[in-house]
Design a protein around this ligand. Structure first.
Ligand code: NAD
Length: 370
């Protein structure tokens, strides 16, 4: 199969859908890989590395879309790409269809087959192609939080690890899923005192088993949260209720209970945030202050570390990409129900229930297209 890797053209997106290592793997399976010139540069991969791995370099995005049977991307296609997508072409990327009617309409009109990373779902309901980005964001939340705790950027002026003779900072994490666990691990590694909240008792049991002794698990309720945020230095929002907006665990009026210079990092901002005063920010202007509390609410945190994010993402997507290339999408999806859940649009029809419900569009069941 001829596989195309276009350069991402969405604003500030430096990730690329395939590393040279991934390219080598596909070539070893007998496929051809066409990489747009400079597509990997933002993530630290030069064209020469792709050529050495067996790829050809294409001069333009138009050429990649015109020739490739399967396009692998990172972000959803944006408007200039719509007209490049061809009927019968396979697209494997993040789409987040339910949040964009124009994108959904464009992909229906294109006649392409769209497999969305974010809806590939394992039998235990975990989302294997979202996990790597949660891992990156969780680890980053502590790095960013530590930075904004510094006085010149209006933080409390606290070093999270403390020093001999000075106690460490206190980190409160709301939600002990993928983001929360990675945040706890980083904060604990710095030597901070860490509290991690969740409502899932089994998850708290697990965290209690695997976390070091400077991480304490607590059941998440309003009373416990109010008590723990009063003397926290850094608070990380990492709550997710699947298919719903995040609950507001920290209300506007609770900011006055916190100390001046406390830092809030609401990673859950992409689902509306679990802190009432949170609104999405960008890497160009990541923070704002309300009631002397620093808010960091960047909606695409992994975008700031494209080298790590690209490798983490492709580690997860590559096995699926290889199967799609080896078998074609119909056979690959028929053999793997997790991958079949990624099918959102096929041949001008919506085959993912959530998308058809979001826009009241006709729905065709996946089984009928396999
Ligand atoms: N900003 C970014 O760049 C970025 C990047 C990756 C992920 N995210 C977001 O981070 C959020 C967390 O993702 P995740 O992968 O860790 O999800 P997850 O499903 O692994 O974990 C969510 C956890 O929240 C817990 N929870 C639910 N209700 C709660 C409550 N009332 N109090 C405390 N805990 C509660 C759940 O039990 C679960 O353990 C999501 O909204 C995700 O979209 C953001």
């Amino acid at each position: 199969m001829l596989i195309g890797i276009p350069q991402e053209i969405k604003n500030n997106e430096n990730r690329v859908a395939l590393t040279p290592g991934g390219c080598y793997e596909l070539v070893q399976h007998g496929h051809q890989v066409l990489v747009q010139a400079d597509a990997g540069v933002g993530s630290g991969f030069e064209d020469e590395e792709y050529v050495a791995a067996g790829a050809s370099i294409s001069p333009s995005i138009e050429d990649v879309y015109a020739r490739a049977e399967m396009i692998i991307k990172v972000k959803e296609p944006i408007e200039p790409e719509y007209e490049l997508i061809r009927a019968g072409q396979l697209l494997f990327t993040y789409f987040h269809f339910a949040s964009s009617r124009p994108l959904t309409d464009a992909m229906i009109a294109s006649g392409a087959t769209c497999i969305a990373y974010e809806t590939v779902e394992l039998p235990d309901h975990s989302l294997p192609l979202l996990v790597p980005m949660s891992e990156v964001a969780g680890r980053m939340s502590i790095q960013e939080g530590a930075k904004y705790l510094e006085k010149p950027v209006k933080g409390r002026g606290v070093l999270l690890g403390g020093v001999p003779g000075v106690p460490p900072g206190k980190v409160v994490i709301l939600g002990g899923g993928v983001v929360g666990m990675q945040a706890a691990k980083m904060a604990a590694g710095l030597g901070a005192q860490v509290i991690i909240f969740d409502v899932n008792l089994n998850r708290l049991r697990y965290l209690n088993e695997v976390m070091p002794s400077n991480v304490v698990t607590l059941y998440s309720n309003a009373y416990n949260i109010k008590r723990e945020i009063a003397n926290a230095d850094l608070i990380v929002g990492a709550v997710l209720i699947h298919g719903a907006k995040a609950p507001k665990l920290i209300k506007r009026e609770m900011l006055k209970d916190m100390r001046a210079g406390t830092v809030l990092v609401d990673v859950a901002v992409d689902q509306g945030g679990c802190i009432e005063t949170c609104k999405p920010t960008t890497h160009a202007d990541p923070t704002y202050i309300i009631d002397d509390v620093v808010h960091y609410c960047v909606a695409n945190m992994p975008g700031a570390v494209p080298y790590t994010s690209t490798i983490a993402l492709t580690n997860a997507t590559l096995p699926y990409a290889v199967r799609l290339a080896n078998l074609g999408w119909q056979k690959a999806c028929a053999k793997d129900p997790a991958l079949a859940k990624g099918l959102n649009v096929v041949d001008g029809e919506v085959v993912y229930e959530g998308v058809s419900e979001a826009f009241d569009l006709p729905y065709r069941s996946v089984e009928t297209v396999l």
